[in-house]
Ligand binder design. Sequence first.
Ligand code: B16
Ligand code: MG
Length: 217
Amino acid sequence: MIKGCIFDLDGVIVDTAKYHYLAWKELADDLGFEFTEKDNERLKGVSRMRSLDILLEVGNKTFDEASKLKFAENKNKRYLDYILNMTPDEILPGVLDFLDDLRSKNIKIALGSASKNAMTILNQLKLKNYFDVVIDGTKVSKAKPDPEVFLKGAEALHLKPEECIVFEDAEAGVEAAIKGGFKCIGIGSPENLGNANYVMKGFENISFDELIYKIEH
Ligand code: B16
Ligand code: MG
């Protein structure tokens, strides 16, 4: 029986990918190479330092660790400038109704995100109070597709993985959820999230009960 839901943040609750893109692109501009939105797709769900490695690979650049740390810090400052201007209007369609539906059914709610900025984003969106548990990039040592972030989420909710549904928009996140023994709903397209138990575009017009039905049939 499902007793808890664990949500990824970027791409599931809010579209921060566009702000990550702008901040990474500004860094690429400074370093003198082009970084496209298509390139940015490769960074979804990936940790900050791994994202930087991919960006530098795109630009065919190599730097020592100290410079890389400076670049990552610099990118994060730019990213923070964007996210500190976010408002609750940016919560993706249907998410609030779905969270309210979970609350009314006493389903536990956790966040399982790779982002170290997750608390700032939840604050900006005024969503903090919905979450019983927040596991973010400051609390995990292994990146998705390792299931650590979701396993820690389930443990903090005092639930077993099989009692939880994970909502994920990234392929690595779906892989992490399945590896961890969770049911997984992919948010996006079945093309790259085909391993999920069910894939949907977003949370509009779907209730928790309907979702359980879709997973079980
Ligand atoms: P930060 P999620 C991930 O969040 C993003 O999808 C990914 O693009 C980003 O690099 C990562 O967080 C780290 O974010 O630089 O804010 O710590 O999708 O796991 O919620
Ligand atoms: Mg995501």
